[in-house]
Design a protein around this ligand. Sequence first.
Ligand SMILES: *[C@@H]1O[C@H](CO)[C@@H](O)[C@H](O)[C@H]1NC(C)=O
Ligand SMILES: *[C@@H]1O[C@H](CO)[C@@H](O)[C@H](O)[C@H]1NC(C)=O
Ligand SMILES: *[C@@H]1O[C@H](CO)[C@@H](O)[C@H](O)[C@H]1NC(C)=O
Ligand SMILES: *[C@@H]1O[C@H](CO)[C@@H](O)[C@H](O)[C@H]1NC(C)=O
Ligand SMILES: *[C@@H]1O[C@H](CO)[C@@H](O)[C@H](O)[C@H]1NC(C)=O
Ligand SMILES: *[C@@H]1O[C@H](CO)[C@@H](O)[C@H](O)[C@H]1NC(C)=O
Length: 457
Amino acid sequence: MTKLLFLTLLATCLSCALARPFNSSLHMRKARSLGRRANTTPVATAWYPGWYGSKFPPAQISWEKYTQMTFAFALTTPDTSVISLDADSQKILPDFVTEAKNHNVSSLLSIGGWTGSQYFSSAVASASNRTIFVKSVVNLATKYKLDGIDFDWEYPNKQGVGCNLIADDDSANFLSFLQELRKDPVGSKLILSAAVSISPFAGVDGTPMKDVSEFSKVLDHIAIMNYDIWGAFSPTVGPNSPLDDTCSPTPAGSAVSAIKAWTSAGFPANQIALGVASYAHTFHVAPSAAINSNGTLALYPAFDKALQPAGDGETTGMTGVDQCGVATGPSGLFDFSALVSNGFLDKNGTAASGLIYSFDECSQTPFLYNKSTQVMVSYDDATSFAAKGKFIKNSGLAGFAMWHVAGDSNDILVNSINKAIDAAGSTSTTPTNGSPSLTVAPTPSSTATTKQCRRRS
Ligand SMILES: *[C@@H]1O[C@H](CO)[C@@H](O)[C@H](O)[C@H]1NC(C)=O
Ligand SMILES: *[C@@H]1O[C@H](CO)[C@@H](O)[C@H](O)[C@H]1NC(C)=O
Ligand SMILES: *[C@@H]1O[C@H](CO)[C@@H](O)[C@H](O)[C@H]1NC(C)=O
Ligand SMILES: *[C@@H]1O[C@H](CO)[C@@H](O)[C@H](O)[C@H]1NC(C)=O
Ligand SMILES: *[C@@H]1O[C@H](CO)[C@@H](O)[C@H](O)[C@H]1NC(C)=O
Ligand SMILES: *[C@@H]1O[C@H](CO)[C@@H](O)[C@H](O)[C@H]1NC(C)=O
């Protein structure tokens, strides 16, 4: 693929600060999470995109729904001693940390991201660089009074945006770096997490490592980025964030197969947070391909790349050039909140009348289609978040990590997943119909890889 195309995206989260009374096991989870480095700590977290700062200041976050919050992103640079934060982020990050502390939520800073991973490889490539990089990370954590650091390296020994440095030894060097960070007096006390692909870290031969258990001794948790599994870069329309793909005609990765892959490689389930998406991919699909004869939406229809719909804050046919010098067009991405403000969804998050809505029982995700614009939307809603919450609980995972917190609308998504996690816990651990769990997981698809195109302006 000519990798995506992610240009500036505007937020439209309107009213995301409804409080709810302190109750529920979330608060029990939060209380426990404050005891650091307990590897069984339940995780209710999201990333906060620093570039949303003026539209969605940290005070608007519904802090009481989360145990941790991660500010995105600080970027790697060609100089290992420098981890950069743009001017806006430097301004907003202190407010973010203060707000988090006032709400007893742990604050983390994420280093990397889709566009910020260019120089991870060289930063950890030699013993002397690792020592310098440890110092840089510790200085950043100390300066901003952070509780933790998230490493969002996309990806060790696997190309991401297109012009990242990569090396055979990336994963081994990353581990050595994390081990050294843990030996530092400040680093030993930090919460350390990593945002990871649906496949375990790539080893020297570029294929997923068979044993990643050493990483679980130095990281508190990983967040599996189970989104952008299908998108504008795919051969057909498909689910952005499939819960399951074992029932799919064209498996490309899912929560079920990703958890299976990571746990089979020795990463404990109770240190894995499932990455969940508060955003949608859109596609231009002809009505003949989009709609079955019985009126439901077709799954995996062909779409027209040349007519890529403009996403939230984009214009049709817009062009640009990414950091690697590659031409880009509209991404077609919409925040969940922008699906509401653009009339795809009602205020309560259900499909607007006049659109065709179908729920794919395999991926456990919804699709929408506007016949007049021929726009198909692959997204997540309260129903798919409830299914994911149940899966998280029934699979014994640490919790969830949402990309991103400002994409929710009136807390519809976070409320749904929290409620499902709590409910699944209070009733039964037996998976019920329609709720895939590890017990039904297959061997992971060998094609499960790489399309995590996390957006960043
Ligand atoms: C708190 O949550 C529990 C479990 O979800 C529920 O049974 C109880 O009624 C709630 N209490 C209040 C005051 O809302
Ligand atoms: C170490 O980092 C410097 C930049 O600070 C870089 O120029 C050098 O290539 C790195 N070393 C290795 C072995 O990658
Ligand atoms: C934070 O924790 C402290 C100590 O447990 C408690 O007194 C305070 O009420 C908590 N604040 C919030 C907003 O939960
Ligand atoms: C509608 O048609 C599709 C495609 O033939 C089929 O997969 C689906 O089960 C049908 N749904 C209903 C509700 O009949
Ligand atoms: C579908 O597209 C048409 C044409 O742009 C638009 O007028 C209509 O509002 C859209 N419907 C919904 C529910 O978004
Ligand atoms: C959402 O709102 C629509 C009207 O805008 C209504 O028809 C529908 O029943 C509501 N759904 C829920 C779950 O409240």
